[in-house]
Design a protein around this ligand. Sequence first.
Ligand code: PMP
Length: 362
Amino acid sequence: MSKYFSKKYASLTPYTPGEQPKDTEYVKLNTNESPFAPPPSVVEAARAEGARSQLYSDPECSALVEKAAEIFGVKKTQVLPTNGSDEILHFAFMAFCDKDTPVVFPDITYGFYSVFAKLHSIPYKTIPLKADFSVDYRDYLHANATVVIANPNAPTGLCLPVWQIEEIVKANPDNIVVIDEAYVDFGGESCVSLVQKYDNLLVTQTFSKSRSLAGARLGLGFACESLIADLNAIKYSTNPYNVNRMTAAAGRAALCENAYFTGNCKIVCENRQATATALKELGFEVLDSKTNFLFVRSDKIGGRELYEKLKERGVLVRNFTGERIKDFNRVTIGTAEQMEIFLRKTKEILEEKANENSGDRS
Ligand code: PMP
């Protein structure tokens, strides 16, 4: 840290993104990207706009917003595109939390929430997940704070039904409830339609997972008009051109390719089911995922050890350090071929481990 760095950020612990290795070609199952490339129409839309990059982008992303409003069944004034959904979440922390309005979220969830809270000196409280790693919605009724819940949650993959989200929203009329639906397209229930009914709900979604655009950085926020206006006040005070021309065009084209994306989500869900079954046969505990990843642990090998041994064999998964989850790994669901390699290597590692253990005993 240089001597010039503002004291107010001295204790910052920045978010650590998942590894994006440049040295080796891994079977990359660590950052929940889609294994499928965007379709040609999306690539072409980005390319065509790239040729006009001498001009600023449309700060309102009008064409994208119009299509998103149509697809999601909301008004154009109820949508805000951002640079990844991280940005809309960041805007929400700035807009709806401060020292008098703290924020609550589960103890095991997306790591960026606490980073945003610390960045803006917002007091925050974490609520422990239940022993089975599920969120108990009753813990968030009358929270007296801004509520942030990833639904489905990450890294657990577990999902709350919409009626429970609605109970949380109804029980917090004087506070904002943010529902982060980054993974909703893989079997969760979206609550976007509730923004028509409640003026204290913000729902965020991303194009990074189901829509194969992680590298383009595009997220959407859905809320009533006045909340979107608040979020726009933050956007126009930080980065009015937050979504670049190529990304806005790619995002619009992606929304026109719904069949491609729903088809890909179906494949991911099938591969998830097959992988979960195979892992259970190997003795793993596998949480019931409604996302494009599985959260898994085994009594036969520690989480870190499995992660390291898979990495040595060219398969990258995500291991966590938190006390309750350090024995788990989060495994992104890729193609059937990728999952087959992952399973083969896992089996090999477990066999080796079993041999080592029997050697120790003899
Ligand atoms: N929410 C959750 C729960 C996530 O896991 C992620 C991705 N790591 C995001 C939001 C942010 O995704 P992006 O900024 O790529 O839209």
